[in-house]
Design a binder for this molecule. Sequence first.
Ligand SMILES: [Zn+2]
Length: 408
Amino acid sequence: MDQVLQFIDKNKNKLIKLTMQLISIPTDNPPGKNYDKITDFIEKYCKRLALDTKRIITPKSELKKYKINAGSERINLIARWDVDAQRTLHINSHYDVVPATSSWKTDPFKPVLKRGKLYGRGAEDMKANIAAVLIAIEALGACGIKPKCNIELSFTPDEETGGRTGFGYLVRKNIIKPDYAISEGYCNDYISCGNKGIAWFNIEIKGRSCHGSEPYKGINAFEKMIFVANEFLLLKKSIEKRKTCFSTKSQKNRFSTMMMGGEVWGGQKTNIVPDRMCFTIDRRFLPEENIEDVKKEISNLIRKLKKKDKYLDIEAHLMSEEDSVVSDEKSILFKEFKKSAKNILGKKPKCALLSGATDIRFLIRKGIPCLGYSADGAGSAHSDNEFVYIKSLINTTKIFADIISNLK
Ligand SMILES: [Zn+2]
């Protein structure tokens, strides 16, 4: 293994250059740009590493189902290193990135290397991981080391818009059915083993409009909303006392959450009594909670509010829901990965739940042992001046090489 680690150190510039090349292809999603360019680029690299590649295009009917009607063709690239082993380790990376704002200090798609950090959109999330896994395989090949598992890589689109038309499609159609899988997640001495559940609601309050000079003739939906929002705040207080038994990275992450007002809309004009107000709720719930109970909690409150105010015209619309997922930490994948990380970092990592969902949830739901691990960018993913630490990029590459060669 020493030889492999030396190869990675010696080829550090190649690793950085590859990450930069990936960042330079703007794969903003929405709408999903340049998916053909990036998959061409990655496929060429995989072929140079003697991997067998295959492209799976997500059909238009699937895109329609999930209301995707713009951007590139959705290309899922799969690359395999078959060693005739019984088991298969899958490593997934999504290649789409969230769009960049105009507040970046530099061009987000012209990567900049500065004081041990590589800046660019997608540096942390998750083009660094793509480069890391490719160089890890290159290092093993160069040193003549064969993995003990079949290795299957996937490079998929649309994670940033829910992943159902990328990795989710591959899982749904049983195109991939590995024995273990790794995708993005925590970094350094933390591994992610699952995520909280998500339920998004839109709360709609209806009133009756009339002239602003005679407001008593109408029903003011905004004033009704204040009453509603205050009652929701009380529910929020009780929800946010619930704590999970699973480990989380920070103490604050251990609690159930309810975020209100991510979007608020309604009203037309200063002198018109508003006849409709809406606000959203982003509810993240614990593995110990149940999605049906989460929905019931909202509908029970709505019923209670209607009793308190018989003129209240209110409805809660469920916009999206995803149950929480937790992978089995006792699996050999976790044991081996912890060992690999300890070999490289000198410290055994801990497992923790993520508060946000990633694509790996599709496979965890099938009962396949899965973990999340990423190169460290100090949580700058999705923000202006996103970056990745070069040190962590190198270490992540080494950890990938170690787990790929050791997992049976
Ligand atoms: Zn990501």
